[in-house]
Design a binder for this molecule. Structure first.
Ligand code: ATP
Length: 362
């Protein structure tokens, strides 16, 4: 941490609606920080597809170094159709950050916000409150950029290591303990795997079970990924904390977002032992970029996760209080009738940020 009660946040707005939702979020963070007597010094850094187009470098080393030196990283979204590296892959500094900073825990809360339409008609869907934890440094993504391609075949390799699986599992159980204390109900961690078919997942399961034994007060179980896809639609209200492999988490977290209003309501945090990146789960949405209608809620909730994480790292109670207040203000604003364009409403990016701000300190 920097000066007492002041943290340094590296801000990477990126491309498309990434810049719009970031600006809206900073406009809420500033008064929130003032109100709680906490210091947030931001530094905006260039990176992304348009930076690549202009300079030939999607993620300048200076931006990476400044981000790595900050206490936390807030990211908008990056990438743009038609702007590709020479090998045809996307410009994705967010993936570089995950790998280079060892951000193994991709935390993806799936929570029904009061007033925001949910996809399921069952009234219990209003109580959906689970967290997917997408392992974000290995799994199938271990192969990113390294796959074998010949004229006749293509091959990618999935990797699961003991070290990362142990860290991921411990992270999941600690999170379940915390959620249990906050919510006054028992916690449960369910590993999502495919242990019936692949030895790598049988290995992952055995390592997970070893860690589960360290947490006798928290429930633990396993679910095959195909069954989980079904049950996330049939009875998502029954789940609590769901750690899983990288590719499975990539897919299931979009399914989760679809349950509770869509990508505009899905925050995320990529957390490692020393660093963390907070960003909305959505991309740059070229179809709506520049129109002022992007929903900033996912980014606002990601910022709340950032404040909470900083508090857990010793930044001070003011950060924890600010996190709680920001999440509460989002809930109160939607409960009071705020409706963004992605759920059929008329409230744009700035109006949404203003409505949330109006519920801070209220
Ligand atoms: P990526 O591959 O980077 O995840 P994508 O273009 O496939 O990106 P997103 O950008 O995440 O997907 O979003 C898909 C669509 O969902 C967008 O085109 C847009 O219509 C809608 N969308 C996503 N985020 C938001 C948002 N914050 N507010 C409103 N609509 C959004």
């Amino acid at each position: 941490m920097g000066q007492s009660n002041t943290v340094r946040v590296a801000v990477l707005p990126g491309d498309g609606i990434g810049t719009e939702v970031t600006e809206a979020t900073l406009a809420v963070l500033e008064p929130l920080a003032k109100r709680h007597g906490i210091g947030i010094a931001t530094e905006t850094l260039p990176a992304g597809a348009f930076h690549y187009q202009a300079t030939g470098d999607g993620f300048p080393e200076a931006s990476f170094r400044a981000a790595a030196a900050a206490d936390a990283i807030l990211l908008g979204a990056m990438g743009w159709p038609g702007i590709r590296q020479a090998d045809g892959t996307e410009i994705a500094p967010q993936l570089d950050l995950r790998f280079r900073l060892g951000l193994y825990a991709g935390v993806r809360p799936v929570r029904a916000i009061p007033g925001v339409p949910v996809a399921l008609a069952d009234p219990r869907a209003r109580g959906i409150d689970l967290v997917l934890i997408r392992e974000s440094t290995e799994g199938l993504f271990h192969s990113r950029g390294k796959g074998l391609v010949t004229e006749e075949l293509a091959e990618e390799t999935l990797r699961i290591t003991r070290t990362v699986t142990e860290k991921l599992s411990r992270f999941a159980f600690r999170l379940a303990q915390r959620r249990s204390a906050q919510r006054g109900r028992p916690g449960k961690v369910t590993l999502v795997d495919k242990a019936n078919v692949f030895r790598a997942f049988a290995f992952m399961r055995s390592v997970f079970d070893g860690v589960a034994a360290e947490f006798p007060g928290v429930g633990s179980g396993h679910h095959y990924v195909d069954a989980m896809a079904l049950d996330l639609v049939r009875k998502p209200w029954e789940f609590d904390v769901l750690p899983t492999e990288n590719m499975f988490g990539d897919i299931l977290s979009d399914l989760g977002a679809g349950l509770v209003g869509g990508m505009g309501f899905s925050p995320s945090a990529d957390i490692g032992d020393e660093h963390a990146v907070f960003q909305p789960a959505h991309g740059t949405a070229p179809d709506i970029a520049g129109q002022g209608i992007a929903n900033p809620t996912a980014t606002l909730l990601s910022a709340a996760m950032m404040l909470d994480w900083l508090a857990s790292r010793g930044a001070g109670q003011g950060f924890a209080d600010a996190a709680t207040e920001l999440e509460g203000a989002v809930d109160r604003a939607f409960a009071a009738g705020l409706r963004t364009a992605d759920i059929g409403g008329r409230d744009g990016t700035v109006a949404t940020a203003k409505a949330v701000l109006a519920r801070i300190g209220g």
